[in-house]
Structures are given as structure tokens and as C-alpha cells.
Design a protein around this ligand. Structure first.
Ligand SMILES: *[C@@H]1O[C@H](CO)[C@@H](O)[C@H](O)[C@H]1NC(C)=O
Ligand SMILES: *[C@@H]1O[C@H](CO)[C@@H](O)[C@H](O)[C@H]1NC(C)=O
Ligand SMILES: *[C@@H]1O[C@H](CO)[C@@H](O)[C@H](O)[C@H]1NC(C)=O
Length: 506
């Protein structure tokens, strides 16, 4: 950069340009040098930062890189490994033979390994024991359950589980429910005893299901997490479910991350889209998170009936609204407490029953996707639908709609629908601005096109601008039917600017 500018100034000098021009260009090498010096400063800083990372790394790694003499004297004890390999138990990684018994035995051994105290009271800490599927593909004919409750810090990872043709259609490939009817033994106690002795009110804690492909083979579901604490589902690909890809019931803090779910393996525009059924994720519990998840086919993407869940980075293109699909269904009338942020609703929308504390923000709605507020008992309180983008195909579809088939919304407070932008759809809002101008003594601004709720204006602010020689008296006369009327005592030429608000809590 600096060199180029210098050459330019020399060229300019030779070409006998005016002094002014030469002067202007002549300054550039200095600017270049300055920024070059700044650049080198930055590089030095970067290198110093990098060096500090390397130093930290080498400190952290040094014990394992150069084992101490005492460690070298003790060869690794194989039996102390807490990684349990499916194939060591006779599971068939080619997916031809039924591997259910083998994998259940591996799980059973894994959870009978040494425990290291407890996590939350009543949950045995398995210390991070792992069942490795070793990149295999296993045929499973009944749900994989843990043999007892009261277990935690355990991982199943790294392979494919596929339901057999006789897998129970109400089952889940991995089922973290209590297995009270299981006769398996853990640590010498029957699971019944283990459950009775478990003082935890949760089944499991910190179970991690990671790097798994789960193929339900159109028989049942993928993963059920029942009454568990801090379950992690990470980088899973869950397909061919007929019930739920993932069911979370009771418990809390199930984190579903970086995963892909679809009933059919498709990438949009599927001929059979009308027939998609099932639900990718059902959250019937509190405090869960769905983060960076794509749902590519299912009748409903996510159904939520528990509080304080957050969805972020979710892309739903499961089944178009036009074909009867729903992206996200919030079935928590009266106490919603849900945040949907930073998500992508792609030809499929959001339905919220009687929303009370709902935040939908920074989302992108494509393909005429919209939000429905569905009245159950007519309550909408504390709703933010702000800063979203909506894109459609000029069919006049409104971005937010009311379903009042069960009766009108009548308890409406703090519903803020504002600052959304639309392209090819009709804007709806609870805050609006409008104006009217002309000569006369009455000005009416009609907000019905934009206001979401019919006949509801809680707050009006207006200004009247007139260049007439006379000063008129003016007043707000009427707000009924979402129409604001301003009147003057004299006939004048005026412009009236009006802001209305439906969101004010009264
Ligand atoms: C969808 O289901 C209907 C009724 O079950 C069936 O007739 C139709 O062929 C299916 N369509 C596709 C594309 O699979
Ligand atoms: C306000 O306007 C409505 C019609 O828009 C009318 O029925 C009503 O009588 C008006 N109210 C007053 C106080 O003028
Ligand atoms: C204002 O103008 C209207 C017609 O636009 C007329 O009917 C009315 O009498 C006028 N009022 C006054 C106060 O001049």
C-alpha cells in the first residue's frame, strides 16, 4: 500500500502535475507508512497473543507429552477405561444383526462402573463413562434405556442407531425414562431398589447424547428425556420418526444443540410434503434450550408446553403453512414464558395460544410465514414481536394474525408489535403512525390496515400543523373503530400527525 502510493507520487511528479495535486498525492506515502507502522504494531501484538496461547497449550500438554518416570513404570490398566465399546459386547456395526442386547449390556456395564460420589443428591456420578458406538450402525428392536434411575455423567456417542421393522411404534430409540419395570440389576440392587434408594426427584442428570444418527425407521421416536436434569443432545441427526424426534417431559435444562431433525430426508420442495407428520421436538418441561437446530420435515417443528424455554438459531422448514404445517406451536395459554430469537421460519410460522410473556425477535420469516396469536380465554399479555423481517410474495398476507375462533381477545396488555420490516406482506403492529391533511374542520386517520387488534386504541398523540392566518382550537374527538378524529373550530388548511398505541397497559 505504502509502496504503491509512493510510486504514484513519483509518477505524478514526473508528469508535471500541479503542485497541489503532487502535494496531495505526496502525502499518501506518509499515510501509508503510518498505517503500515500501525499494521506492524498490530501484527506484533497478534504474535504476542498467539505466543501466549502456545505457551498455555504447552504447559497444559506437558504432563502427557513427557510422562513422568513413575507414570511410565505403570502400564495403563485396560480395565480402568470407562469407554465401553459396543462391538466389544458383540454389537454388529454393519446394522444387519439385532444389536439391542449387546448395547444394553454395554450400557449396563458402563453405568455399573465406579461411581464418584454424586451429582445432585441421589444421582450417582459415573465420572464421565462413555458408551462408544465406534462409528457403527446398529439395528435396535426395542428402546435403549438405562437399567436404573439415579445415574449421571454418562455419554452415548459416535454412531448410528436404527429401529428394526418390529420396533414398538410408541417407543424411542434412546429412552431416558425411569425403567421401573426393568428387571436389570445395578450394583447388586434391582432397579426398583435403586429407585427407592435414589433420593433424587430426577431420573438422570448430565446424560450426553452426542454425534449420533438416530433412524426411527418410521416406527416411533428418536430420544425421550423424561424427568431428567441437564441432558445434552449435541450434533445429532434424527430422522424417520413418526411421533417425536425428541420428547422432553418434566425435568429441566435439556439442551438440544447443533442438530438436524426431519421425518423424511429431504432438502425442501419434497413431493410428499403434504404428508409429513410427526413433531421434531416436543418440550413438555421448563428451562430447556434449542440452539442451532434445523428441522427439515415434520408436520410440526417444535411444540412447547412448558415454561421458560428458549429457541435460538432454529431453522424450521418442516412443512409449509400452506400444506397445514406449523413451525413452532406454543401450547401454554396463560403462562407462555418463551423466547424465540434469532431464528428462521421458512414457509412455516408460529402459533401461540393466549400468549403471556412471549418474545419473538430478530427472526426471519420467509415465504409468507406469519405469526398467529390464538385466543383460548382471550388473554394476550406481555408479548414482544419486534425487530423481525418478513418476506412474502405479495399475496397480502399479514405478518401477525389473530385466531379468535374460540372468542375474541379481551384481556390485552403490553402487546408490542413494532419495528418489524416487511417485503411482499402486510405489516401489522400495535404501534402506528399516520397523518391526514387538507382543508376543513375534521381530520380522520384510519389505522385499521395496520393495527392488530380491532377497535383498540389506548394512547394517542397528535400534532396539528396549519399555516392558516387564524389559530384554530383543536381537539381529539373520537378514537372508536381504530379511527382517530381531530376537529378544529374553524375551517383551516392543516396537516394532522397521529401516533397510536395499543400496547399500553391500562
Ligand atoms: C399422501 O398421502 C395420500 C393419502 O394417504 C396418498 O394418496 C398420496 O399418494 C400421498 N402422497 C405422496 C406424495 O406420498
Ligand atoms: C365516534 O365515531 C363512531 C363511528 O366511527 C360513532 O359511531 C360514534 O358515535 C362517535 N363518537 C362520538 C363521541 O362522536
Ligand atoms: C367549513 O366548511 C364546510 C364545507 O367544507 C362547511 O359546510 C362549513 O360550514 C364550514 N364551517 C365553517 C365554520 O366555516
Amino acid at each position: 500500500m505504502a509502496r504503491k502510493a509512493l510510486l504514484w507520487s513519483m509518477f505524478m511528479g514526473l508528469a508535471s502535475f500541479s503542485f497541489l495535486l503532487i502535494h496531495v498525492y505526496g502525502e499518501q506515502p506518509q499515510v501509508g507508512q503510518f498505517s503500515g507502522g500501525h499494521y506492524h504494531d498490530q501484527m506484533r501484538k497478534m504474535q504476542a497473543i498467539k505466543a501466549s496461547f502456545v505457551r498455555h497449550d504447552s504447559i497444559a500438554l506437558s504432563p502427557s507429552i513427557s510422562p513422568s518416570p513413575s507414570a511410565a513404570q505403570q502400564p495403563p490398566v485396560v480395565s480402568s477405561s470407562r469407554v465401553y465399546h459396543a462391538t466389544s459386547y458383540g454389537a454388529d456395526p454393519t446394522g444387519k444383526m439385532d444389536s439391542t442386547e449387546a448395547i444394553l449390556k454395554a450400557i449396563s456395564d458402563a453405568v455399573q462402573g465406579p461411581s464418584e460420589g454424586s451429582l445432585i443428591e441421589g444421582i450417582q456420578n459415573l465420572g464421565g463413562a462413555k458408551l462408544s458406538l465406534e462409528g457403527g450402525n446398529y439395528l435396535i428392536s426395542r428402546p435403549l434405556r438405562l437399567p436404573a434411575t439415579g445415574l449421571g455423567n454418562f455419554m452415548i456417542h459416535g454412531g448410528t442407531l436404527r429401529a428394526s421393522d418390529d420396533f414398538p411404534t410408541d417407543g424411542y430409540l434412546i429412552d431416558l425414562s425411569s425403567s421401573s419395570n426393568s428387571k436389570n440389576e445395578v450394583n447388586g440392587k434391582s432397579s426398583m431398589d435403586a429407585q427407592l434408594s435414589s433420593s433424587s426427584s430426577y431420573n438422570y442428570e448430565y446424560i450426553t447424547l452426542k454425534d449420533l444418527m438416530l433412524d426411527s425407521n418410521y416406527r416411533g421416536g428418536g430420544i425421550a428425556v423424561i424427568n431428567s436434569l441437564r441432558t445434552s443432545i449435541d450434533n445429532c441427526y434424527i430422522v424417520h420418526f413418526t411421533t417425536n424426534g425428541i420428547l422432553v417431559q418434566s425435568g429441566h435444562e435439556t439442551y438440544i444443540r447443533n442438530s438436524f431433525l426431519g421425518q423424511h430426508i429431504t432438502a425442501g420442495g419434497d413431493q410428499g410434503e403434504r404428508n409429513f407428520s410427526g413433531t421434531a421436538i416436543t418440550l413438555m418441561g421448563n428451562d430447556n434450550a434449542v440452539t442451532d437446530v434445523v428441522i427439515f420435515s415434520a408436520a410440526t417443528g417444535i411444540i412447547i408446553s412448558g415454561q421458560a424455554n428458549i429457541l435460538t438459531g432454529v431453522h424450521c422448514y418442516n412443512k409449509a403453512t400452506g400444506f397445514g404445517g406449523t413451525g413452532i406451536y406454543l401450547k401454554l395459554p396463560g403462562l407462555t414464558q418463551t423466547r424465540i430469537v434469532n431464528s428462521y421460519l421458512d414457509y412455516t410460522g408460529i402459533v401461540a395460544e393466549d400468549p403471556v410473556q412471549l418474545d419473538i425477535s430478530n427472526c426471519f420469516f420467509l415465504g409468507d410465514a406469519y405469526i398467529v396469536l390464538k385466543s383460548i380465554n382471550g388473554v394476550a399479555n406481555g408479548v414482544n414481536i419486534v425487530d423481525n423481517m418478513f418476506g412474502g410474495s405479495d399475496k397480502g398476507i399479514e405478518i401477525v394474525q389473530l385466531d379468535q375462533s374460540n372468542g375474541p381477545f379481551k384481556d390485552i396488555k403490553q402487546v408490542v408489535i413494532d419495528r418489524n420490516n416487511v417485503k411482499g406482506m402486510n405489516l401489522k403492529a400495535t404501534v402506528a403512525r399516520g397523518s391526514a391533511n387538507g382543508e376543513g374542520n375534521s381530520w380522520v386517520v384510519d389505522f385499521n390496515n395496520v393495527l392488530l387488534f380491532p377497535n383498540l386504541i389506548r394512547h394517542v398523540q397528535y400534532s396539528l400543523s396549519s399555516t392558516s392566518s387564524q389559530f384554530p382550537n383543536h381537539a381529539l374527538r373520537n378514537i372508536s373503530g381504530n379511527r382517530v378524529q381531530i376537529q378544529t373550530n374553524l375551517n383551516v388548511s392543516a396537516s394532522v400527525f397521529v401516533t397510536v398505541d395499543q400496547s399500553v397497559a391500562n
